[in-house]
Ligand binder design. Structure first.
Ligand SMILES: O=C(O)[C@H](O)COP(=O)(O)O
Length: 235
């Protein structure tokens, strides 16, 4: 690989309608709010101002991330960029919490339990009852077409990392080695937290304190062995 530096830009999607309404979203396919559109546009403008030109893009199969990537690429005049979409970059599946307002969930389960499900590395939120909780059927069509028959039903950050990190190692790194050295990955709060824990070798306690803002480019620079040299938010 004949390149000077490898740059990977992670962006958490812009604010979604359910971020705005403070609802657990997970795999429910909710779109951007007006503010989310604006955040995505501003992220694109910021990347343009800093002369980013991407060679490949990645996103989940959830529209809040896909649309954020489209808006960013539109700002960069790079709508043509090849993009890979994978459910392995989806948000953590929030099980029975999906659709619940976070304050109401705290009233129902208690603050400490909710916080444990949200931020402990290994804690798995309760699973939803099939056909009872929100939009199960739509999820089934969405994912059946992709040939995924065993949908998760509540994931810890650890379980999320168990699909995100292999995707990084087995798909993204080989693509980078194939000369795609400046890439953008638009995904979700917890999929990015899984990557941050892995790349920065953070402990479970350290990652429990890390929050990822919506629509803000997080730049990682790597050496050829994919060790991070530096990372910073573009703002
Ligand atoms: O899926 C969600 O509800 C959010 O995108 C992430 O939620 P969290 O910050 O509660 O993990």
């Amino acid at each position: 690989m004949n390149i000077n530096k490898i740059q990977v830009v992670f962006v958490r999607h812009g604010e979604s309608e359910w971020n705005k309404n403070n609802r657990f979203t997970g795999w429910v396919d909710i779109d951007l709010s007006n503010r989310g559109h604006l955040e995505a546009k501003q992220a694109g403008q910021l990347l343009k101002k800093n002369n980013f030109i991407f060679t490949y893009g990645y996103t989940s199969v959830l529209k809040r991330a896909i649309h954020t990537l489209w808006i960013i690429l539109d700002q960069l005049n790079q709508a043509w960029l090849p993009i890979k979409k994978s459910w392995k970059l989806n948000e953590r599946h929030y099980g029975a919490l999906q659709g619940l307002n976070k304050d109401e969930a705290i009233k129902k389960y208690g603050y400490e339990t909710i916080q444990k499900w949200r931020r402990n590395f290994k804690d798995i939120p309760p699973g939803r009852v099939k056909n009872k909780n929100l939009i199960t059927e739509i999820d089934d069509i969405h994912y059946n077409i992709m040939g995924i028959h065993n949908l998760p039903n509540g994931e810890s950050l650890e379980l999320t990392a168990n699909r995100v990190i292999p995707y990084w190692k087995n798909v993204i790194i080989p693509d980078i080695n194939n000369n795609n050295h400046t890439i953008i990955i638009v995904t979700h709060g917890n999929s990015i937290r899984a990557m941050i824990k892995f790349l920065n070798c953070l402990s479970e306690t350290e990652i429990s304190k890390v929050e990822v803002p919506t629509g803000t480019p997080l730049i990682y620079e790597f050496n050829r062995d994919f060790q991070p040299i530096k990372h910073y938010y573009l703002s």
